[in-house]
Write a protein that binds this ligand. Structure first.
Ligand SMILES: [Zn+2]
Length: 130
């Protein structure tokens, strides 16, 4: 599918149950835009974890952490609304070896993406939270 926001290519992925418990949408997967980083819920995601490298090399190397990081981007847009969820998803990624704040900083510095949200500002806010 293409991004409903900017029409660029997306990377679809499945969301494990224990991660989905923290997300506002209960669909089994989502698609991450390779350009604006918008995350759109999908009904029929692939079972294999995709390579997030085409999006940005800021993504954590661990598959589960990379999926959690993508979910975190979905929540980050509504940070105030999803404080507890963000905390849980960030912890999920961190227990799998990701440094969430560092990954966000790298993503913010990545010129290959044009985020629809202010990553730098959201990272500073998230820092207060987790
Ligand atoms: Zn997009």
């Amino acid at each position: 599918m293409h991004c409903p926001r900017c029409d660029a290519a997306t990377v679809a992925f499945s969301i494990p149950d224990d991660l989905r418990a923290h997300l506002p949408d209960d669909r089994p997967g989502a698609a991450l835009c390779t350009r604006c980083l918008a995350v759109t819920p999908v009904d029929d995601p692939p079972t294999e974890t995709p390579d997030f490298e085409p999006v940005s090399d800021a993504f954590p190397a661990n598959d589960e952490a990379a999926v959690a990081f993508a979910c975190l981007l979905a929540l980050l847009d509504s940070l105030v609304l999803y404080r507890a969820e963000l905390d849980a998803v960030a912890e999920y990624a961190e227990t799998r070896g990701a440094d969430v704040l560092r990954a966000l900083e790298r993503l913010d510095a990545d010129e290959s993406v044009e985020p629809h949200l202010d990553i730098d500002r959201r990272t500073r806010q998230l820092e207060q939270l987790i």
